[in-house]
Write a protein that binds this ligand. Structure first.
Ligand SMILES: [Mn+2]
Length: 322
């Protein structure tokens, strides 16, 4: 992976930076943002980090997570270079009409927007965190334990802790280097996978009851729903649903796992995961969303029955025939 020289030059030249990432942030968005912020600070830059949803409690363990603010200082933004990390559209950031010096996109999602004066997009990169790792190397900043834990978390979350197809030799080499820098992999895994609240577990149980396995030609999809009532009944919130999508994939015959999460009455965020060559980004694009071959998503409005049927039809049309 080649880091664009113009980004390195720009960082050396500029003084003020604002780093933003997508709503409902997960380990990659947060870890990549915080690691970049820490590296910029080590280069004596002025940095603010914004995420409109703040840091979900499960990510409080990330060193310097307190740098992430859920409010943005628009005055400071004006002088800033704006880094958009792990996404490439400002709607996903929840930031309207930012007035800033310039915009740099650092992302690994396939893209349909044209945001950014400098766009560094690596659809083949397993995580934005891996791109930030390479950028930090170019900046010749020493990767200390704090930076390493953030990068390691970013990379592990987006590779399912080295279980997904995107686990390349580079990922494993970088992870080893980060462990050398002081990361405790067991501790990170405990924080990520064994720290659920009771409310989250209850929400998970109610979601499992909605799982339906649908056959379309040669493809089997497990489709689940989480509606607003389920959040209310269990006391869990949207950030608690991270990772739920991966459980239906445990069924050996399932190729696609899909969850519809209601974020406003009648409005659904669809998350899709697939195994092997089944390309769910085609489905997401069909509905105006985006993503990667094995992980994608889109938003849709309507009655849940219709919305679920719409997905099944799209799978039938775009994937089953192959
Ligand atoms: Mn990511």
């Amino acid at each position: 992976m080649k880091v664009p020289e113009e980004i390195v030059e720009l960082i050396k030249r500029e003084e003020y930076f604002t780093i933003v990432s997508h709503l409902n942030p997960e380990g990659d968005a947060l870890g990549a943002s915080i690691a970049l912020a820490l590296a910029l600070k080590l280069r004596h830059k002025d940095v603010q980090v914004f995420n409109s949803d703040g840091v979900p409690y499960m990510y409080n363990f990330l060193p310097s997570s307190e740098l992430v603010e859920s409010g943005i200082d628009r005055e400071r933004l004006k002088y800033s270079t704006l880094f958009v990390v792990d996404c490439n559209d400002l709607e996903r950031v929840g930031l309207k009409d930012p007035e800033c010096k310039s915009v740099v996109v650092i992302d690994h999602h396939r893209t349909i927007t044209d945001l950014g004066h400098i766009r560094w997009i690596e659809p083949e990169s397993p995580a934005a965190g891996l791109m930030i790792y390479n950028l930090i190397k170019e900046l010749e900043v020493n990767i200390n334990r704090e930076i390493a834990v953030n990068l390691y978390t970013a990379i592990t979350v987006d590779t399912g802790t080295f279980r997904y197809e995107n686990t390349t030799p580079e990922v494993l080499r970088v992870a080893a280097e980060l462990v050398d820098a002081g990361v405790n992999p067991g501790e990170v895994s405990r924080r990520l996978y064994e720290s659920w609240s009771v409310n989250k577990f209850r929400l998970f149980v109610s979601m499992l009851k909605t799982v339906e396995i649908v056959h379309t030609g040669n493809i089997n999809s497990a489709i689940a729903t989480i509606n607003l009532d389920m959040f209310k009944e269990t006391g869990a919130d949207a950030s608690d649903t991270e990772n739920f999508i991966n459980f239906p994939r445990m069924i050996d015959s399932v190729d696609i796992s899909a969850i519809f999460r209601e974020f406003e009455a009648g409005c659904w965020k669809a998350s899709l995961r697939s195994k092997g060559n089944c390309d769910v980004s085609l489905i997401a694009l069909h509905f105006g969303g985006g993503g990667h071959k094995n992980a994608a998503g889109y938003k849709v409005r309507g009655d849940i029955g219709d919305v679920r049927r719409g997905l099944v039809e799209a799978i039938q049309d775009s994937l089953s025939s192959r």
